[in-house]
Design a protein around this ligand. Structure first.
Ligand SMILES: Cc1cc2nc3c(=O)[nH]c(=O)nc-3n(C[C@H](O)[C@H](O)[C@H](O)COP(=O)(O)O)c2cc1C
Length: 220
């Protein structure tokens, strides 16, 4: 095993390592609007759902090296309005959505640039992506700034509550007890692996759940 002490590894190397080691990561394609600027869309893979009661998700937004350490447009927008949408993008539109990761100037509408369709959200001002089979309208509930070793802010963890869910019926299924779920085969989700590598999620298998005696009773 190679032992790496994060305190002794340079930042670009740390970035490359974590991009490729903590995988696969879901990707939040975040749509937001500023108080005076238009629609913004960008991918964020420092992302996951943290709980369901209430549905809470977090996104890690790093400071932009190409903008002298300033906040990214998505963060500026979300801090101004307290709202955004997480769009879950499937294989059928990943190339288009990926285009939104360019370091475009603030105010450039990346949803339009990517050829994706803005659809009005129900609660928040930011539109959702019409091609996304799952879209989560979010309200910001908190932020946690992270400083680097020199004490300079290097990123912010955005903590948000999902206040409205949109899901295309065509990708849904039901549990044996009738609960609505998303069928992974129909959703065709993509994940981020290292660098700019994405992964498809094709080979599925179920594992049972051991009870307190370690006995597996069912596979669901
Ligand atoms: C698949 C993918 C995932 C990304 N995830 C993140 C992330 O989690 N955090 C981050 O700060 N930047 C991430 N980026 C980079 C941003 O998308 C990029 O800096 C973008 O231009 C920011 O746009 P904005 O300034 O409009 O918010 C990611 C890029 C790609 C391609």
């Amino acid at each position: 095993m190679i032992a790496l002490d994060p305190a002794k590894v340079d930042k670009p190397s740390m970035y490359a390592f974590f991009m490729s080691a903590v995988v696969p990561r879901p990707v939040a394609f975040v749509s937001s609007v500023g108080s005076t600027t238009g629609v913004n869309l960008s991918p964020y893979s420092y992302f996951n759902i943290m709980g369901h009661n209430p549905p809470t998700l977090t996104i890690g937004m790093c400071r932009s090296t190409s903008r002298g350490g300033g906040k990214k447009d998505s963060q500026l927008n979300i801090e101004e309005t307290g709202e955004f949408v997480v769009n879950i993008i499937s294989e059928w539109c990943i190339e288009a959505a990926h285009h939104s990761c360019g370091e475009f100037d603030r105010g450039v509408n990346e949803m339009e640039l990517a050829g994706l369709t803005p659809v009005d959200s129900t609660i928040v001002r930011a539109p959702r992506v019409g091609e996304a089979a799952v879209a989560l309208e979010c309200k910001l509930r908190g932020t946690h700034d992270v400083d680097d070793s020199s004490g300079k802010p290097s990123g912010t963890i955005m903590i948000a509550e999902v206040v409205m869910i949109h899901v295309a019926e065509a990708v849904t299924g039901r549990t044996p007890t009738g609960k609505l779920i998303v069928d992974p085969v129909l959703l065709a989700p993509v994940s981020r692996l290292g660098g700019l590598t994405y992964g498809k999620t094709l080979e599925l298998y179920d594992l049972g759940k051991p009870d307190k005696n370690g006995v597996y009773k069912s596979k669901k």
